[in-house]
Design a protein around this ligand. Structure first.
Ligand SMILES: Nc1nc2c(ncn2[C@@H]2O[C@H](COP(=O)(O)OP(=O)(O)OP(=O)(O)O)[C@@H](O)[C@H]2O)c(=O)[nH]1
Length: 877
């Protein structure tokens, strides 16, 4: 470093020479005149002295005042930026850099002070300061040069980076344009496909959608939100969903390894995969079976179950994730979520099988087959005796002289042909089979005891056979009894519209005796004649199909099912599907317990080899292989589980008219009614009035009518015939009530004929006005009757159901028929007057103006309310 003189230094730092000399002297630098030269070492000495550092004390001249020094440096440089637009046309930007640097005084231990100094500028009020500043300035000069070089390099680097980014942006824009074009083309194609699909499904889906949208609108209103809010919400959700997807035409980030080399392009590829926004929603084709769980549906649409539930709530459907929804609901949901619903049938494998069987049967000529007969009639009129007699005498005993076994059905061979008898007599069993969808009976033998004539169950049997459209042959039993009066029987039958042939009708009436065997052959002839008229036939050389009559699990034999073959031939070794069970026919037995190798149409056989016990009424099919049988069996099991509730959908009065809308106005619908009343007069009046109700769209059919309480058999008939029960002054008995509850059959009680007529009229004309509905709030059973001079007859009762409430209207029921309607006059518990008595409690009831109450009667307490009819909220009365 160059030497300076004291004078030069004094003028540099701006202090008088004398003052500098004295400071130099204090610092121990030998300089006495202004021309003495001062080296770098001397300057440092001076500096150290001025900082007070040489003494090792912090109390130096400047150090006592301040410990930090801040310097500001200002530098200006020029930066050339390439805008990239014109390639060569650049822009020059002036960059002014202001830097502040803080120098910290070193502490005694040599540790550096880390604290930056506050703002005040350096003060050059003393020569020492100026000398120190000058020294510092020189030291900084080198530093500055170095920094400027660094800045220049930095600017250069920045410019290069900007150029690279610019190139990447251009590349992105170009690709985006390509993607947009592709997407527009795809959307157009999707729109066209959806339009086609909608057109295919037509009005039905539009209706469903408009219903759903109506629900949506209502839900929105109820939340105080407008449709626009909903739309926005939908759009937001749609947007969220879009974000989940990768842009069309792009590869996933993991695919396509980066190429080495070509640095500029490499940058562009990396950014594209990381930050590209997705461009189009994925529209999926969603397969919808007849029923589907919410979870499964969500999975098929690749959305979260919770999101789907939320959407369902908005549409007014409250569900849980594991709940099953029907096909229509699922279709609406899929459309709402922006996907394409594709309806599929769960039973497709089974339907394919049925179709296959039908095709095969059609190609083979039918051969006359034995009629299948069920015996029906009033209790104790001789059903079992007749069945037994025929079995005993007519079933061909085998070589071993075998004893007939009970296998649920048997067949007899008569001179003119064979007949198969169902071994479970009675119209109840017959109708129960029908309710399960099994129509196995071809002819009904109606038995009427010659000494008793037509009785209530005779009439019921007639109605059940008629409701099923099964021809009737009458057997007048017990003809050996002296009091037998066949003419009386014929008269009774005529009254029921069963006109015997010799009375000019078309029903064969055969007198028989199960004691003497009189007339049995005639009866069988009559049945075969009727069969001939009806021309029952079935193909023989095809795989078998039939119906399960009964089944059980037997020790040592496993599941055993009696199958009545309806068509084709069942052979040992066949793979068979029966209800939800399958298996290979291991062995077959006839009604004599003999092994058989095959069984043709109308032949009942016991089958061993099934995987489980199917229910009576289940159908049975021979399938090409066991694997297929198993597949369908599994499907059936699942179907059965899912449709347990939906399976037996009972008809409801409120839905009569709406059902027409579903089938189209051109298709008229039957309204089947079952009428029960307290007396013949009221039943007749009701039936007649119902017959006069004018309706074009709905045909009213009275499938059965009668006097007396509603029995289990009535409910089963209503179930099998999809009928509604109208009870006029009658109630359902305990067993029937249970069946009503299980089956959901619509039962309506009336005590005014006009009201019943009005309800049916409204239903067939599609009106949903108000209705006076009665709610039975309590039922008490009369245990004993006491006489009181003041109050008259007091019924000692046990409340069986609900509550008995004072002041409410009541009815007295005897054998489920209303015998009195009135008011509850007094209600006592022990000796106290009470207002309400709950179920399970004893009480005393006085009925106003009625003294004829008897033990065994029932007292029904009810409430009448006027309710608005709705299709959805129909209740079982
Ligand atoms: N004398 C005579 N008695 C008969 C005849 N048929 C049945 N009986 C008698 O009538 C009674 C009832 O006969 P069932 O065959 O049990 O009558 P059912 O209709 O099957 O009766 P349920 O099984 O209770 O429905 C029995 O005591 C029989 O012996 C007949 O042709 N002549």
């Amino acid at each position: 470093m160059a030497q300076t003189t004291v004078k030069q230094l004094a003028s540099e730092v701006g202090i008088p020479v004398e003052r500098l000399l004295s400071r130099l002297a204090e610092a121990g630098v030998s300089a006495s005149s202004e021309d003495d030269s001062i080296g770098d070492e001397d300057k440092l000495k001076l500096l150290r002295h001025l900082r007070g550092g040489d003494g090792g004390k912090s109390g130096g001249k400047l150090g006592a005042r301040r410990s930090n020094v801040s310097l500001r440096r200002r530098s200006t440089s020029e930066l050339k930026v390439d805008t990239g637009r014109g390639g060569s046309s650049g822009r020059t930007v002036s960059v002014e850099v202001r830097k502040r640097r803080t120098y910290a005084n070193r502490s005694q231990s040599g540790e550096e002070e880390a604290q930056p100094a506050p703002e005040p500028e350096v003060e050059h009020d003393t020569a020492e300061d100026q000398a120190r500043a000058a020294a510092q300035a020189e030291a900084d000069a080198a530093e500055r040069a170095r920094r400027e070089e660094a800045e220049r390099l930095e600017a250069e680097e920045k410019r290069k980076r900007e150029e690279a980014e610019q190139a990447a942006a251009e590349e992105r824009a170009r690709r985006q344009a390509e993607i947009d074009a592709q997407r527009a083309a795809q959307e157009q194609a999707d729109r066209e496909a959806m339009d086609k699909e909608r057109a295919k499904r037509g009005v039905h889906v539009d209706d469903a959608r408009s219903r759903a949208q109506e629900n949506l609108r209502r839900a929105a209103e109820s939340h105080g939100r407008t449709e626009e809010d909903e739309k926005r919400e939908q759009d937001r959700e749609q947007g969220r969903r879009k974000e989940l997807h990768v842009a069309e035409g792009k590869q996933g980030r993991r695919k396509g390894k980066k190429k080495r080399g070509g640095r500029g392009r490499q940058v562009s590829v990396a950014t594209e995969h990381s930050f590209e926004r997705p461009t189009a929603p994925v529209v999926r084709d969603v397969e919808i079976p007849e029923t589907i769980t919410v979870a499964d549906l969500a999975q098929r649409m690749a959305v979260k179950g919770g999101d789907l539930l939320k959407r369902m709530m908005k549409l007014g459907v409250m569900a849980t994730i594991n709940q099953t929804v029907d096909q229509e609901t699922a279709t609406i949901l899929v459309e709402e979520m922006g996907h394409n619903p594709k309806l599929v049938k769960t039973a497709s494998a089974e339907e394919a099988l049925v179709e296959e069987v039908r095709n095969e049967e059609e190609q083979v000529e039918g051969v006359p087959r034995a009629p299948v007969v069920t015996i029906m009639g009033h209790v104790d009129h001789g059903k079992t005796s007749l069945l037994d007699y025929i079995r005993r005498t007519k079933v061909q005993a085998g070589e071993a002289g075998g004893i007939t076994q009970h296998i649920g059905a048997y067949h007899v061979t008569h001179d003119k042909g064979a007949i198969t008898f169902i071994d479970t007599p009675g119209h109840a069993a017959f109708t129960r089979m029908r309710a399960r969808g099994a129509e196995i009976t071809d002819i009904a033998i109606l038995i009427v005891a010659a000494d008793d004539g037509v009785m209530p169950q005779t009439k019921e049997s007639i109605q059940h056979a008629r409701a099923a459209g099964v021809p009737i042959v009458v057997a007048v039993t017990k003809m050996d009894i002296p009091s037998a009066d066949i003419e009386k029987v014929k008269a009774g039958l005529s009254a029921e519209n069963i006109i015997p042939e010799d009375w000019g009708g078309d029903v064969q009436v055969v007198p028989v005796s199960s004691q003497t065997g009189e007339g049995i052959d005639n009866l069988l002839d009559a049945v075969l004649l009727q069969a001939e008229v009806s021309e029952f036939s079935a193909p023989v050389d095809v795989p078998a199909r039939g119906t399960v009559i009964e089944s059980s699990l037997e020790k040592g034999r496993g599941p055993v099912a009696t199958i009545l073959v309806k068509a084709g031939t069942l052979k040992r070794g066949d793979s068979i599907l029966a209800g939800p069970h399958f298996g290979r026919v291991r062995a077959m037995f006839n009604e004599l317990g003999e092994q058989v190798k095959s069984a043709g149409p109308s032949i009942p056989v016991e089958v061993l080899g099934l995987s489980g016990t199917p229910e009576a009424g289940d159908d049975a099919f021979v399938v090409a292989n066991e694997k297929r049988a198993r597949e369908i069996a599994e499907q059936r099991e699942e179907h059965q589980r899912e449709n347990k509730l939906a399976q037996q959908q009972a008809a409801r009065l409120e839905e009569v008219f709406s059902a027409i809308g579903e089938n189209g106005p051109a298709e008229s619908k039957d309204l089947n009614l079952l009428v029960k009343g307290d007396v013949q007069g009221s039943v007749e009046a009701l039936v007649e009035s119902l017959g006069k109700i004018p309706s074009e769209e709905v045909k009213i059919r009275i499938i059965s009518s009668g006097v007396g309480g509603i029995s289990e058999s009535d409910v089963e008939l209503a179930m099998a015939s999809q009928a509604i029960i109208l009870g006029f002054n009658v109630r359902a008995d305990a067993k029937a009530r249970k069946t009503i509850q299980e089956s959901g059959v619509d039962v309506r009680y009336y005590s005014v004929i006009y009201e019943a007529i009005q309800d049916v009229t409204d239903a067939v004309s599609g009106l949903l006005g108000t209705e006076l509905r009665e709610e039975i709030i309590g039922l008490a059973e009369v245990r004993d009757v006491f006489r009181s001079s003041k109050l008259g007859a007091i019924a000692g009762c046990l409340v069986a159901d609900g509550n008995v409430v004072r002041g409410q209207p009541i009815r007295v029921l005897r054998d489920n028929v209303v015998v009195y309607e009135g008011e509850l006059e007094s209600l006592r518990r022990h000796k106290d007057d009470v207002n309400r008595v709950p179920a399970g409690t004893e009480c005393g009831i006085g009925v106003k103006n009625y003294n004829d109450i008897k033990p065994g009667d029932q007292i029904e307490v009810y409430e009448r309310t006027e309710v608005q009819r709705t299709v959805d909220t129909a209740e079982t009365a």
